[in-house]
Design a protein around this ligand. Structure first.
Ligand code: ZN
Length: 134
C-alpha cells in the first residue's frame, strides 16, 4: 500500500500513458523482435531510444506539448481506420464499382455491368470510358 501511494504521489502532475505511448511501445517491441534475427547494434540503439522517448513522455510535466503530439498520432490512426472501413464497405458492395474520375478525381459509384461503358461525371460533367471486367 505504501509503495502504491508513493507511486501515485510521484505520478501526480505527470502526463502518463496515451495513444502515442502505446504506438511507441509497440514499435519498439516489434523492432526488438526483428532484431532477434538481425542482431544489429544500430537497431538495438534505435529500440532503446524509442523506449526512452516513450518513458520520458509518460513522466513529462509538459501537458500541452504531449497532448499536441498525441493529437497528431490520433488523427493518423483515425485516417487509417476510416480508409480501412471505406475499403471494407466498397468490397461488400457487389452491385456497384467505384471509379475515380480522371479529370476531377471524384469517386463515382457505378452499377456493376460487365463491359465497356461511357459515363458522365456528375461533378465536372466530362465523360470518360469505364471498363468493368466482372
Ligand atoms: Zn469529374
Amino acid at each position: 500500500m505504501n509503495f502504491r501511494y508513493k507511486l501515485m504521489q510521484f505520478m501526480s502532475g505527470r502526463y502518463g500513458a496515451d495513444a502515442l505511448f502505446y504506438v511507441l511501445f509497440s514499435l519498439s517491441a516489434v523492432l526488438a523482435f526483428v532484431n532477434i534475427f538481425i542482431r544489429s547494434l544500430i537497431l538495438q540503439i534505435i529500440v532503446y531510444l524509442i523506449m526512452l522517448v516513450a518513458v520520458l513522455r509518460v513522466f513529462s510535466r509538459n501537458f500541452p506539448a504531449r497532448q499536441r503530439e498525441n493529437i497528431i498520432v490520433l488523427s493518423v490512426i483515425n485516417k487509417i481506420r476510416s480508409i480501412r472501413g471505406l475499403r471494407r464497405q466498397r468490397k461488400a458492395d457487389y452491385t456497384h464499382i467505384y471509379k475515380k474520375c480522371p479529370y476531377c478525381k471524384a469517386t463515382l459509384r457505378l452499377p456493376r455491368k460487365k463491359g465497356k461503358h461511357t459515363t458522365v461525371c456528375p461533378r465536372c460533367g466530362k465523360s470518360f470510358t469505364v471498363r468493368v471486367f466482372r
